[in-house]
Every structure is written in C-alpha cells, then in structure tokens.
Design a protein around this ligand. Sequence first.
Ligand code: 5GP
Length: 180
Amino acid sequence: MLDKDIEKVLVTQEEIFQIAKDMGKKLSKDYKDKFPLVIGLLKGCVPFMGYLLTEMDIHLEVGFMDVSSYHGGIESVGDVQILKDLGIPVHDRHIIITEDIVDTGKTIKVIKDLLLYRGAKSVIVATLLDKPEGRVVQLVPEYIGTTIPKEFVVGFGLDYDEKYRNLPYVGVLKPEIYNK
Ligand code: 5GP
C-alpha cells in the first residue's frame, strides 16, 4: 500500500540490516568496557537504532532526545528545537548519538555541542544515512551506514509529514505526493 507512493528505492531492507550488523560490530569493539550512553534522536532514530542496539554485544545505556528541525516540510528550516531533553547526566560519559540521516549537520552539531558543554567525555555520531552535499556546518559523522545523494528520502524512520516512517526501506517519494 505504501509502495505505490515511492518512485525509487535507495537502500533496501537487506542493506540496512547488513549496515546495522557491521556498525554494531565495530561499535562493540571500539566501546568495549566504556559503558557508552547511546542517544537516539526521536523519532527518526527508532527503527535503525533498534537494530543497531541488538548488534552491540557490550553493556550500554540507552537514552532519547526529541529534537525538531524540519517541521513537516521537505526543506530544513535550520532552527533546532529541543522538544524532549535527555534526563540523564552525561558528565564523563562516552556518548554515541544515533541518527537516521545527517543532512545540513545543524541538528547534530547543536546536540553534540550541548552534550560536550554538559561535560561528556566524548560524543560521536553513528548515522544510517549521510547526505554530505547538504552540509552547511563542518561535521563528519564518525560511523556512516551509507552515503546518499541530495534527495529527500523517506522510510526506515524518515517521514514526510509524519508518514512513511514504517516503510521497511529508504526511498524517494513520487513528486506528486508532496506537490499535492
Ligand atoms: P540536518 O540538521 O542534518 O539538516 O537534518 C537532520 C534531520 O532532518 C534528520 O534527523 C531528519 O529528521 C531531517 N532530514 C534531513 N534530510 C532528510 C530527508 O531526506 N528526509 C527526511 N524525511 N528527513 C530528513
């Protein structure tokens, strides 16, 4: 039923599962004995973070923040609002931020700077997708699942107007859907 709105698939479900496996393995090795705090940025992080966590064979803590920057459209408006704060002290903690996509980089930069200001020992970014052509701030995610072109994508956590987050792959919407 959702497939009919998709023009093309960019990253398949099998590819995403493999990305989660590989990234989870690497993070487990790099964060062994560090008891990292893995922070998901709601709501887009949900499916990928879920798979990633189950591929991490180390002790870790999980937290969430709800931040908004898109306000339901297809272009970033740039301002980042914290809708729900973390509620966990970060002083001296090693932090892994899990994201669905890094585009302009503004969201991650704001959150990263905030966590460092609060005393985190280290803050790195693990993202399913990277759109480097969209970058307006200097930021390179430390763990990248796959790089995609500067296109508006939906699925696997990514929405258009709160819809399509449950699509089991990442794809590009048919233009008529957002021109409606
Ligand atoms: P940034 O601050 O890096 O520009 O954007 C980060 C947030 O913008 C992402 O977490 C995501 O919510 C949203 N975003 C960026 N690019 C896309 C996209 O192609 N599709 C969707 N659905 N959201 C996007």
